[in-house]
Unconditional design. Structure first.
Length: 208
């Protein structure tokens, strides 16, 4: 594989699993290309995978931002900084800013996908045959309302949440650990409806 072109392959969708399958050099090259394109989501995926591929290449303080624990704050604090109140308490993974009506979502950083020049994230899907029980909870129902509002509005904002997943659960439902939200990264995206699912999309391909 030509590492210099790895980030530009249109058929490749980047997830935590697909990045982890790369060798260390390819992950570092992918990370450098993602940094050059300003794609924080893919940078975060690479940062999560690199510790298993030592020795890692030295990184600047700016490039290591998503792994700097001092950069992470509690979810409630991150939303308050953006002028948003979480009305369902810690069951909330989003809210509406009162000053301008902007919907702000939490995005689990490891679940962001990269495909064909754009990033995407599954915000909400129905609980079909017990596949997503969280969708029927207070937090899930609130997210559905936020998705509908953002879809009508045309744009929304996202905050990246870092932590460790619990096997068999969506991170919004239950996680082993939640390290916090990156206070310095705010993603602006569109919310699109794909069948019965709501997706966040951003990047070059999403604007074409």
């Amino acid at each position: 594989m030509d590492s210099s072109k790895i980030f530009h392959e249109p058929s490749r969708r980047w997830t935590a699993e697909s990045v982890a399958r790369l060798c260390g050099d390819d992950i570092r090259q992918l990370r450098e290309n993602a940094l050059a394109l300003g794609d924080e989501a893919v940078v975060a995926l690479c940062d999560s995978a690199l510790p298993a591929h030592e020795p890692a290449a030295p990184r600047s303080a700016a490039a290591s931002r998503s792994q700097d624990k001092s950069n992470l704050v509690p979810r409630r604090t991150a939303f308050q900084t953006r002028g948003v109140t979480l009305h369902e308490g810690m069951a909330s993974w989003g809210g509406v800013r009162s000053s301008d009506g902007m919907v702000v979502f939490s995005l689990w950083a490891q679940d962001i996908r990269y495909e064909g020049g754009a990033c995407s994230y599954l915000l909400w899907a129905p609980n079909v045959a017990g596949s997503r029980p969280w969708s029927d909870t207070r937090g899930g129902k609130e997210r559905l309302q936020h998705c509908k509002l953002a879809h009508e509005r045309g744009s929304a904002e996202g905050l990246l949440v870092y932590g460790t997943r619990r096997q068999g659960f969506l991170p919004e439902d239950r996680a082993s650990t939640i390290k916090g939200v990156d206070r310095d990264v705010v993603i602006v995206f569109q919310v699109v409806l794909r069948g019965a699912e709501y997706w966040a999309v951003w990047g070059r391909a999403s604007s074409s």
